[in-house]
Design a protein around this ligand. Structure first.
Ligand SMILES: [Zn+2]
Length: 524
């Protein structure tokens, strides 16, 4: 991640799919859309704007200040995945101020996750929003169109624009509440504080606890260089750590007394290369050596590999994972070391929902992509710095993206197998620039990011209102979900023994693994 290739536009956008992924392999819908953009269908007639679009625009205007506070404060905090304590609190503070009840904090074993709710009347639909708020390491930047340190120096920054996801999704909940109050619409708005999208996504932990089960639909967006929606599939994934343990020895005096964990790790890597020829073309396997010894004259007794395994569905990913376990065991046997295999995280593929995507697309088309000269110049300066065409910000939406598959993954995948999920892309960064780069951080901290937060809040609030009030839309969304999902029951990819993310920062762990300090306990 945080890759800064100087390649051309297409390569950069393809890189967006790869580097938009978190270290453990979370990619983003926008990155996928970026990758998918060349194969879109023809545009056809522009869709008519639903009447709720203008109403939502007025509602968003009423809550403009809290939306921009979330966007700007989260941007300045730039807290990393699983450590987004203050950023979560910014959301909770504004939700409480808007009359939402905080259902839980430290939700589902993730200390920086939360769940909030507002309801009116008896029964009615339940619509969920999915704000994210984690930043990325190394991408701190000022809100200026050049590479220069920001509020955290260079240490961390919103290089994936999650401050706007937080503000847009939470802001949509505020605006939808206003719309429902005006119309006395019965229903429930749920806001899921989706911590750690870049690493061990909280959505996966929440899905395991069935926290989305009563939702009629969930809605979200992701920043991109453009606006778009469609039936986009993303990959299922598993993440594992493989540890090899051997015996140290003086590598010069008595190497025969040692057994090298590094040699086992190397053999494991060779095994993966031997496997590659015989896996499906849709599969992706990538890994790093996290530990490989400390000095060449000490036979390494410890080596650790982090591997990500992806394919188009869980069955295929699980099949490859079984094979990779055997490769680890084989490498240990051949080197007289011991192997441990910790499958610590996984995700479902993303199941698209066509009626929901089409509906979001109508709302996207209803919102003009307008930029000031200053904003276009800001974007062009970023493009100049990146040596890509100086064409500024996108000014019209892509055509509807039909039946696209892509290499990345998202933690919305698990939710999409439980309830219908609607996701779209919206521009908060210049054309030709990939996610996980400093211009994304820069744009997210000024008016381009502000517009992204406000406009996506409008789209998400309007679509949420239509879902609340239109039983025909809900029925078609549900029917498409049932048809695509099939009959196989949802089974969380997380191992039952994993109660909390593996990579929680030490200040959020009381002592001992999985002993999570959630700060404030659930109220219910
Ligand atoms: Zn992202």
């Amino acid at each position: 991640m945080a890759e800064k290739s100087r390649g051309g536009v297409n390569r950069r956008e393809a890189l967006g799919a790869a580097t938009g992924a978190a270290a453990i392999g979370l990619a983003t819908p926008s990155a996928v859309l970026a990758q998918a953009a060349p194969s879109v269908q023809s545009a056809g007639a522009p869709p008519a704007p639903p009447t709720s679009s203008a109403v939502a625009a007025r509602a968003v205007n009423e809550v403009r200040d809290p939306i921009l506070r979330i966007s700007r404060e989260t941007w300045a905090l730039a807290e990393l995945s699983l450590a987004e304590v203050k950023s979560a609190e910014v959301h909770v503070r504004e939700l409480e101020a808007q009359g939402f009840r905080i259902v839980s904090r430290g939700t589902a074993g993730v200390p920086t996750a939360f769940m909030a709710e507002w309801k009116q009347g008896n029964g009615g639909p339940v619509i969920g929003y999915l704000p994210e708020y984690d930043a990325l390491p190394g991408l701190g930047n000022a809100a200026e169109p050049r590479e220069t340190p920001g509020p955290t120096g260079k240490a961390s920054g919103h290089g994936c624009g999650h401050n706007t996801i937080g503000a847009g999704c939470t802001g949509a909940a505020f605006a939808l509440k206003k719309m429902m109050e005006a119309q006395r619409t019965p229903g429930t708005i749920r806001v899921y504080g989706c911590a750690a999208e870049e690493t061990e996504g909280a959505k996966v932990y929440m899905a395991r606890e069935n926290l989305f089960a009563d939702c009629d639909a969930v809605l979200a967006f992701h920043p991109a260089p453009f606006a778009g929606a469609g039936t986009v599939r993303m990959n299922a994934t598993n993440n594992a750590k493989i540890i090899f343990r051997g015996t140290t020895a003086h590598a010069g005096n008595s190497p025969w007394e040692g057994r090298s964990a590094l040699k086992a790790a190397e053999m494991f890597g060779m095994g993966i290369q031997m496997m590659r020829e015989h896996i499906l073309p849709t599969a992706r396997i990538h890994y790093i050596y996290e530990a490989a010894g400390v000095a060449p004259n000490v036979t390494p007794d410890f080596a650790q590999i982090w591997i990500t395994i992806r394919d188009i569905d869980r069955d295929k990913v699980n099949g490859m994972t079984d094979w990779i376990r055997q490769i680890a065991d084989g490498a240990a046997m051949a080197t007289q070391t011991k192997a441990e295999f910790d499958l610590f995280f996984g995700m479902y593929d993303l199941l698209p929902n066509e009626p929901l995507a089409q509906h979001l697309y109508r709302h996207i088309a209803a919102v003009p992509l307008e930029w000031t000269t200053e904003e276009q110049n800001f974007a062009k300066a970023c493009q100049k710095a990146f040596n890509v065409p100086e064409v500024g910000m996108a000014t019209k939406a892509l055509p509807f993206l039909k039946d696209i598959s892509a290499g990345g993954s998202t933690d919305i995948g698990d939710i999409s197998y439980q309830v219908p999920a609607g996701v779209f892309a919206w521009p908060t960064l210049p054309l030709g620039i990939g996610l996980h780069t400093w211009p994304v951080t820069a744009c997210g901290g000024m008016s381009i990011g502000d517009k992204g937060s406000l406009n996506t809040a409008r789209i998400l609030a309007a679509a949420g209102f239509d879902l609340m009030t239109d039983p025909t839309l809900r029925a078609s969304v549900k029917a498409d979900f049932v048809k695509r999902r099939g009959v196989k029951p949802f089974q969380s990819p997380l191992p039952p023994t994993r109660k909390a993310p593996l990579t929680l920062p030490s200040f959020l762990v009381k002592g001992g693994q999985d002993d999570v300090f959630s700060g404030v306990k659930s109220e219910t």
